[in-house]
Design a protein around this ligand. Structure first.
Ligand SMILES: *Cc1c(COP(=O)(O)O)cnc(C)c1O
Length: 420
């Protein structure tokens, strides 16, 4: 459920026609719906109301300060994966005691920054990282709270690039080695073991992998308790999928219903790390058709947005619906490749897509572009990154300005010897 809808054949975000935003801000631009973000967060939060929990929004999905501020105002914490994300989370006012830090390659500087900031805990991904955190904490005369991320070896049936909980994955500690690692962690002088973490992947459209993972995790919790290592926080990660085209992922309520008995049994405070399900369908990428190019083999709609703005189609072969901002009832259709201006054959937003006829100048809305979209944008081909706009009912706010050419060269310098 989201707040992008047609009204008199014109596509709106909440109460604002997208055409108006294009006129005021130019294209391409990202547009987020405040009502949708709010609704999705609250739906997730309410679904788990019967267990003590903290939602740590996975901010790698969307880390715009205004979006984070909104999440924070709704009670969210943050799941971070870098020092940069910690900086953003704190800037947005997310309380440190609701921040958890995952990722396989935390640097000493990042560990130090997180300890200084007094975050809730680290999600530790390896034995070597545990040693590093212990050392850094010792140097600071502190104790580091950690959760060990276990890899329950569950196939989440999603794209291999976003599947993280299988044996061959770089994430987490193998379930068979977990007890040993927990015991090692508990013995380290400056480590305080407080949690267990299991995040198995992203864009999951079935409940069963969550249940299977939790069932394994509960066994481990039980063993740990028996060994005198009580666990206070159970972090079940994120991963719930959304509808991009014809997927039918469970509603958060259905997921919660299925796993609440298991969560209760854990007797832990639950950490939830949803990302995509909160923001994915709350955003779109608005783009304008520059040219139509008709060849013997294909028909291309060349648009002003490209893979540097939205890489998911190129990277994951992901499907994004593409809707005309002005729909014409019963319009004839044709088959298009929707491509950007970047000099790569992999630069496309859609391939072999049947769409109502489009012509140069038309506006198109690339749907479901709120998650892993702007956060993955780059300056490839020296293209300034596009603005992000937050719509709240009848008002729109630029929450990130369009980059300028000057922004592109920020920090670059030509050494003296090249100047003469
Ligand atoms: C990416 C990630 C998430 C969020 O995944 P979604 O599929 O966006 O919900 C949660 N936890 C961890 C550790 C992650 O890496």
């Amino acid at each position: 459920m989201h707040h992008f809808h047609y009204h008199n054949d014109s596509l709106f975000c909440e109460d604002i026609p997208l055409e108006r935003i294009a006129k005021e801000q130019g294209t391409p631009c990202y547009i987020y719906s405040h009502a949708t973000l709010t609704r999705h967060f609250q739906a997730y939060d309410q679904a788990f109301a019967s267990v003590p929990h903290i939602i740590a929004f996975a901010m790698k999905a969307n880390s715009n300060l205004a979006v984070l501020r909104l999440m924070s105002s709704l009670g969210s914490g943050a799941d971070i994966v870098s020092g940069g994300e910690l900086f953003r989370a704190l800037k947005a006012g997310i309380p440190p005691n609701k921040i958890v830090f995952a990722g396989v390659g935390k640097s000493h500087e990042e560990i130090k920054y997180a300890l200084e900031s007094d975050i809730l805990f680290f999600n530790v991904e390896s034995s070597a990282e545990l040693q590093a955190i212990n050392e850094v904490a010792m140097g600071m005369g502190m104790h580091a709270r950690v959760a060990l991320r276990v890899n329950p070896d569950i196939d989440p049936h999603t794209h291999p690039y976003i599947s993280t909980g299988m044996k061959k994955s770089k994430f987490g500690i193998g379930a068979d080695r977990a007890l040993e690692e927990f015991q090692k962690a508990a013995s380290l002088s400056n480590i305080q073991v407080v949690g267990l973490h299991a995040h198995i992947g992203s864009q999951l459209t079935k409940i069963s992998p969550f249940v299977d993972s939790l069932t394994k995790v509960l066994g481990l919790l039980h063993t740990l308790k028996g060994k005198g290592i009580p666990i206070q926080y159970l972090n079940i990660g994120g991963g719930l999928g959304i509808t991009y085209s014809d997927e039918t992922p469970p509603h958060p309520k259905d997921l919660a219903e299925a796993i609440t008995p298991l969560l209760r049994e854990s007797e832990c405070e639950i950490i939830l790390e949803p990302g995509r399900v909160i923001v994915g369908n709350a955003g779109i990428l608005l783009t304008r058709v520059l040219y139509i190019k008709d060849t013997d083999a294909k028909k291309f709609a060349i648009v002003d947005a490209a893979m540097n703005d939205l890489i998911r189609p190129s990277l994951y072969d992901a499907h994004h619906d593409i809707l005309p901002v002005h729909q014409v009832p019963n319009a004839p259709e044709d088959v298009y490749d929707v491509v950007g201006p970047i000099c790569e054959s992999g630069d496309f937003l859609a391939q072999n897509r049947t769409m109502p006829l489009v012509k140069a100048g038309d506006l198109l809305a690339v749907m479901s572009a709120g998650a892993y979209a702007f956060t993955m944008a780059s300056n490839y081909n020296s293209r300034p990154r596009v603005p992000e706009i937050l719509v709240k009912e009848g008002e729109s706010f630029v929450v990130r300005k369009r980059e300028s050419y000057e922004d592109l060269i920020l920090g670059e310098q030509i050494p003296e010897f090249l100047k003469s």
